[in-house]
Design a protein around this ligand. Structure first.
Ligand code: AMP
Length: 121
């Protein structure tokens, strides 16, 4: 797999606004936020797309979600809630081919099919 910009962030070759780091994952603010809070959780292991997640990666992907919850709590948005998204390939809108969990929060997020049924406060 060819190196992506996220490998450069992991290796500290380019800067990022890092929110959490350990030996398995890195969480940092998205450079082009789509919500008041928008950060990414990435594995340090380079996996190109969600199609490439192997059985041996199952715990790692679960851990990414736990870190998403932890960082959301640290930022004070966990109780109100957030949305997690992983885009896959061109129809999914993936632009960086190193899997990443988007975490969007800080306001009530629209969800068109159900919007009319939701009571958003
Ligand atoms: P995706 O389109 O799902 O592949 O998402 C890639 C995300 O990476 C986009 O939301 C970009 O804004 C974000 N991104 C790209 N380069 C950087 C960077 N250097 N630092 C932080 N976020 C980035």
């Amino acid at each position: 797999m060819s190196e992506t910009i996220f490998t450069k962030i992991i290796n500290k070759e380019i800067p990022a606004d890092i929110l959490f780091e350990d030996d398995r994952v890195l969480a940092f603010k998205d450079i082009n936020p789509q919500a008041p809070v928008h950060f990414l959780v990435i594995p340090k292991k380079a996996i190109a797309t969600t199609n490439d997640i192997a059985q041996e990666d199952e715990a790692l992907v679960g851990y990414m979600h736990r870190i998403a919850a932890k960082v959301s709590a640290d930022l004070g948005v966990a109780n109100d809630g957030y949305r997690t998204v992983m885009n896959c390939n061109k129809h999914g809108g993936q632009t960086v081919y190193h899997i990443h969990l988007h975490v969007l929060a800080g306001k009530a997020l629209g969800w068109p099919p159900y919007q009319s049924k939701l009571k958003i406060e």
